[in-house]
Write a protein that binds this ligand. Sequence first.
Ligand SMILES: [Zn+2]
Ligand SMILES: [Zn+2]
Length: 281
Amino acid sequence: MHDDRALMELRGHYRMLSNAVPPKFDNRATDAGRGIATAARDGVARAASVGLSLLRHALPQACALCAAPSGNALLCTACEAALPRIAAACPRCALPSADAAVCGACLAQPPPYVAARAAWAYVFPVDRLLQEFKYGGRLALAEPLALALCAALAPREAPAPDCLAAIPLAPRRQRARGFNHAREIASRVGDGIGVPLADGLRRTRETPPQAALRFAQRAANVSGAFVADGDFAGKSVAIVDDVMTTGATLASATRALLAAGALRVEAWAVARTLPPVPSRD
Ligand SMILES: [Zn+2]
Ligand SMILES: [Zn+2]
């Protein structure tokens, strides 16, 4: 009974957010050095994209996961409700933790971010959804992903951050992909919670994709890979990424923001990779 009520409240909140977030599907490539011609082309693309978005909202959709009719949403109610949430998570690292207490790993070695939040566990079908979004070119999925993150942030005690920052892609990778998936999510989360998305968190160098590396190699791979040259001094910042795996990328970006004078940094991700299950052999 109690759980039913909590679920209904979450759904009510979800609907509210769904109305609050404007249907924007613009592709904000904001790399420095963008020329006027590119800006004009982007303007046309954005107008076309907004047109398509309006059309999408006018036509019944098929759920991105099960293809059942899903009204004007990209996920049907049943699939959305069945996505794997982490019921009780450590407030520092967002991994499952009994009674949502700070976990032993964070007590022993606290991460540089003061809090971490994730909407879902990175397991099926969340992995499929994020891969579709990132590599399948389904940019429109940024909307339900951002809504899920907003819903996960809703029972929040700390004040809202002053600004959000998206984990940047290396310029070459962003050019190849055409968009930064983290920024697409972050801008919609910012719209949903009324917090501006700040520029000025950049990569200092190309790094091999984290997914290609073992867990132990990831911290070294992204160490010193970011610099923050935006207006972060004295600010509370939440960094947004799609997937938080070891937390190494978010930790490295956090250190860059703290070095730029940020007072407080949180790490927010759509999905949290659960630690590997130890072998019983
Ligand atoms: Zn579905
Ligand atoms: Zn923890």
